[in-house]
Design a protein around this ligand. Sequence first.
Ligand code: PTJ
Length: 257
Amino acid sequence: MEGVPEGHPRAVSLAARHVLVDGFKRGLVCEPGLIAQGRGEAFDYLLGERTNGFAKKAMEAAAATLLLGKSPVISVNGNMAAICPRGIVLLAREVGARIEANLFYRTDERVERVREALKEAGAREVLGGKGSGETKIPELFSERRRVSRKGIYSADVVLLALEDGDRTAALVRMKKKVIAIDLNPLSVTSQTATITVVDDISRAIPGICMAAERMRGKGRKELRAIAGGYDNKKNLGAALLAICRRMKELSKGMSRG
Ligand code: PTJ
């Protein structure tokens, strides 16, 4: 990686930043998307930059919920399209989900860039934007309300990531199950989703995909038991406790008192 000395202790994190910056230069990522990544990084640092037990549990519930869905959709924004386009395509194939580009800072051009990135990664169809039968999510006033009728609008399960706002609550009001990937367990989105995977998107998408692969032979009854036995509030509590415990552990030997 240009400008980063070999063996740099933050090489992985710096590489992730470069992916975002490159995505910005290619017209995929918006300027606030670079800031959003920074917020995620801070939480990842606190969580130990690994997939924790509570995230694995949420991934299992997410995979089962996607497999049980009649019309699941993966909603993709600029950051997601830059970080893990191939992972999104593979997950969509594994669980039979549609893919839809849906942006907060929407421009027609950026919707096209996101769709192109996913198609280059192997997606056959990417909904979103003009020509995909757009309608509006009721009681939502950001640009995210503009969705495809045969995609997010009629989906029973929506997987989304990297957003902290009111869309999740609007989708839940429409009786949809929402799976959120968000490193911040306190975000409005994390708190209102049906299932929140508190992990970095680059680990969460392949993690859910692998969980779905392991569930290939399972019947609907077994999948319902996995999805039904999951409690999001309890799992978010476990994520917060993990941060507290880790901080306490790390503070030993540092504090004077
Ligand atoms: O592409 P657009 O126009 O749809 O815009 C996308 C952004 C990301 C700019 C927009 O959705 C936004 O402003 O997001 P927020 O409100 O900053 O929320 C992002 C959330 O994702 C925060 O809770 C972050 O902690 C979390 N997050 C950031 N990076 C990651 C992450 N979660 C998982 N993996 C990450 N890499």
